[in-house]
Design a protein. Structure first.
Length: 487
């Protein structure tokens, strides 16, 4: 059963119960009113009949010229006077009783108490009445005491109240019909109201199905300000989170696919060269020494490229899976170590390095930070012409260690700046391969910077060189500090 049907049936049942209860209370009150009216009418008519009988008895005494009628004469006069009263559809029967005995035909439904029997005199001193049902329908039997010529009598009358009952029954039926009509009208209105109020749920359901089907750009726009609007906002947040996660996974999958393709390509080129020149050496019976040395040199060079490529890959994987333990690293001292390590390469390329660093300490992995600066300087070396210079400078700046690596080489085109951090990407592939590059330097640098909670920016101009600005959080600066951080 659907939610709107449950709400509709529950509300309808409550509404029907309320209308039925109100109808029942109204009918009950109406019945009481009708019975009171019938009783008042019956007692009024009975009192009138009692006065007529008393008048008849007095008239008989006066006609006979007596001062007082005895009991028998009074009974006879009272019965004669009562018999002269005509019965009709309302007054079905009347009779006189004295001391519990009927003076004429007994009235149907008259009890001993109504007849005024002596053993019930104390329990029935006044007017008595009783409702019952007879062949004529609903009847009312009333017993009224009165005194005539100092003799006590009871006038018992039997009235038909079926007309009032029929009238009340008709009113009750009409009232129930009205109640039913109101319930049906309310049911129709309730269906419209419930369906209208729950319409946003259908929108929520449709949107949820679309999101589940892969349309993560779907959003809900509900401005009602109620709980459904809050649910819509939660679903929008969920959709955004799912969309971001899916895009992230797609980006990761695409990056891995590109990485694998590039790695296969980069390994295929030197392997092809090695295999080709090795075949030449194997197939040719007599190879001149000069040509053999050239072939061997190419094989050695390509082998070095493979070793460099595998070394960079291993280093990149080691950084990603390394348990990072941060320790205070004195940056001026680290600058000197890096300058000493790279000096042989700079000397072979006829380059000079200018390095200076203000006193500052960074929390990090010393070997990784050394590899980071070495890779940045190595990239700068490969881009610089012979006789050029490199600059390595550092200073504290607003809680960060600001480190600049500057070269004055070829520079990088603006369109290529967004791609240089990708693994295996090289702006000038032939030059990079000739210099022993594998295109993994900046990818490795970015991993090291990321796990240290830092960042770096690249600013380059073609023909003017490149400036890399590296930011690492200083020790005790409140920056990102992690113990046992694992990537």
């Amino acid at each position: 059963m659907k939610l709107w049907q449950k709400i509709f049936l529950g509300t309808l049942a409550l509404m029907v119960c309320c209308t039925s209860l109100l109808t029942l209370l109204f009918v009950r009150a109406s019945w009481q009113t009708v019975w009171d009216q019938q009783l008042d009418r019956a007692l009024t008519q009975q009192q009138y009949l009692a006065r007529l009988i008393k008048t008849g008895v007095v008239s008989t005494r006066l006609q006979n010229g007596l001062m007082m009628l005895d009991a028998d004469a009074a009974d006879t006069a009272a019965v004669r006077s009562a018999s002269s009263q005509l019965t009709d559809e309302y007054l079905l029967q009347l009779g006189l009783y004295r001391n519990g005995q009927a003076l004429d035909a007994p009235v149907e439904g008259c009890t001993d108490a109504m007849a005024g029997a002596e053993d019930n005199a104390e329990t029935a001193p006044g007017t008595l009445y009783e409702y019952s049902r007879g062949p004529e329908g609903a009847v009312l039997v009333c017993s009224l005491p009165f005194t005539a010529e100092q003799h006590d009598y009871r006038l018992v009358c039997r009235f038909s109240v079926q007309a009032g009952v029929d009238r009340l029954a008709g009113q009750s039926i009409r009232l129930m019909a009205v109640s039913l009509a109101v319930s049906l009208a309310g049911a129709g209105l309730l269906v419209v109201v419930v369906r209208t109020m729950l319409r946003p749920l259908h929108t929520l359901s449709r949107t949820a199905r679309r999101i589940a089907g892969g349309d993560y750009a779907q959003r809900l726009e509900l401005t009602s300000g109620d709980e459904l609007a809050g649910l819509a906002q939660d679903m929008n947040r969920l959709a955004r989170a799912v969309q971001q996660r899916v895009e992230q996974l797609e980006h990761t999958a695409e990056s891995q696919k590109t990485f694998t393709a590039n790695m296969a390509h980069e390994m295929k080129t030197p392997l092809t060269s090695i295999l080709g020149f090795a075949d030449l050496l194997q197939l040719q019976k007599q190879v001149p020494d000069e040509q053999r040395m050239r072939y061997a040199g190419i094989i050695v060079e390509e082998t070095r490229r493979l070793r460099s490529l595998s070394g960079k890959l291993m280093e990149l994987l080691a950084v990603e899976n390394r348990n990072l333990v941060l320790t205070p690293v004195d940056m001026p001292e680290l600058f000197k170590e890096v300058a000493t390590a790279i000096q042989p390469l700079l000397t072979s390329g006829q380059l000079r390095l200018e390095q200076f660093c203000q006193p500052m300490v960074v929390n990090g992995d010393r070997e990784l930070l050394k590899s980071l600066l070495y890779n940045f300087l190595d990239n700068a070396r490969k881009a610089s012409p012979a006789g050029g210079k490199l600059v390595l400078a550092g200073r504290p700046q607003n809680g960060w260690a600001e480190i600049c690596i500057r070269d004055y080489g070829r520079g990088i085109p603006a369109a290529e700046l967004d791609k240089i951090r990708q693994p295996f990407y090289m702006v000038d592939k032939s030059r990079a391969r000739k210099a022993g590059g594998a295109g993994l330097g900046l990818a490795l640098c970015e991993q090291i910077v990321r796990i240290h909670g830092g960042r770096f920016e690249v600013d380059s101009r073609v023909g003017q060189g490149t400036l890399i600005t590296l930011y690492l959080p200083l020790a005790g600066s409140g920056g990102q500090e992690a113990q046992g951080h694992e990537e």
